[in-house]
Design a protein around this ligand. Sequence first.
Ligand code: HEM
Length: 417
Amino acid sequence: MDSTSEAWLDLDLTDPAAFVDNDPHAYWRAVRARAPVHWRPGVGRRPGFWVVARHADVRTAYADNGSLISSRGTVLDVLLRGEDSAGGRMLAVTDRPRHPALRRVLGRAFSSRVLDEVARAVRARTDRLVAAVAHGAEFDFAAEVADRIPMNTICDLLSIPNGDRLALLRWNKAALSSDGPQVDPYGAVEARNEIVRYLTELARARRARPGDDVISAIATAEVQGRRLPLEDVALNCYSLVLGGDESSRVSAICAVKALAEHPGQWRALRDGEVGLDTAVEEVLRWATPAMHFARTAVRDVVIGGRQVRAGDVVTLWNTSANDDEAVFDEPRRFNLGRTPNRHLSLGHGAHFCLGAFLGRAELRALLGALRESVAEVELRGEPTPIHSTFLRGYSTLPASFTPRRSPQPTGAADSAV
Ligand code: HEM
């Protein structure tokens, strides 16, 4: 039986403030040591769920998509309230045999030509945005830089008109996380519906007159011998917005916060003593923007020596796995030269992040632009924590960047979002 009566286990993982008010690293260290796989009993009508904390068990569970499925939902909040309404239709919440068929179609839409072009645009945009704020005065890194990179990237991929991008960003923020302690689940559902409605109309137009973009590619492709219903095209484009916006934005904000807090690592990056590739991976590990992903067991399965029953919800804690001292030397040291770095921030197995190339390209562009234009990175106030049971990070970051050389005239930084 679990030691669930122990006070340290009382932290409510369904509370969006749990890891705003408590140190996740101390908490998960204790969980890994004392109850690395444990059952959280249900409360009232809310079902219970398993918590998996060690790197080895999280990785094995991600790989076991025969026993642990995604189509009921992959986020704890959703699973405790019922099922994901996009289950079986949107890539991330689809299982075999449809998942590999759908993933092939979406994967094809991400051709290397498209990705190379988008990555070039990311570098140019990021260079401009960073150069524009490297003036030595205080600014909000989230609003001025981080908010503008991922959404523009994903919008480039989908060819979303410039004038619509701001609305999409607002809906997406409302759909996923909350900047304040009051989470509004109804507002979140409404925002999600707005996005799907908007993308359905775009999919209808692109199916009629296809262009050279990812929406057109998905709208005209066949999955298991049939074209997708328009709403499914929209849901799958939405999965790119969902996956592509918040996690990249939160990682970028975390990167700057961590660099300001670790001046030795900042200097190593700036002076070229560490490479961009290892630095990107360490930022991903350090940020771990998606704290967990969840699965539902469809048959009895043993995880980390515990018997999980068919029907049970299982949560896989990336935050804990990425801190596991069995895998990472000195896990609480921010080390941009860390190698190997087997973090699970991008997942593992069949559902491994489809946008990993772009997520990495965005961070690489940011670190490269900082190295190029900035001499010193400083924090100028308290960042605003995101209240969410899923995402961890900040939605504002007051900072200042001392320019590396005299500021150059940069022109308009970016007008789209
Ligand atoms: C899947 C993280 C960027 C699109 C995932 C998963 C993780 C993740 C952990 C696995 C979910 C699971 O196993 O249930 C991240 C992080 C990113 C990032 C940390 C940025 C730093 C992106 C970008 C895109 C994207 C830029 C789109 C362009 C997706 C999609 C899936 C996914 C579509 C579902 C894949 C599937 O189910 O087969 N992501 N992601 N992600 N990600 Fe990302």
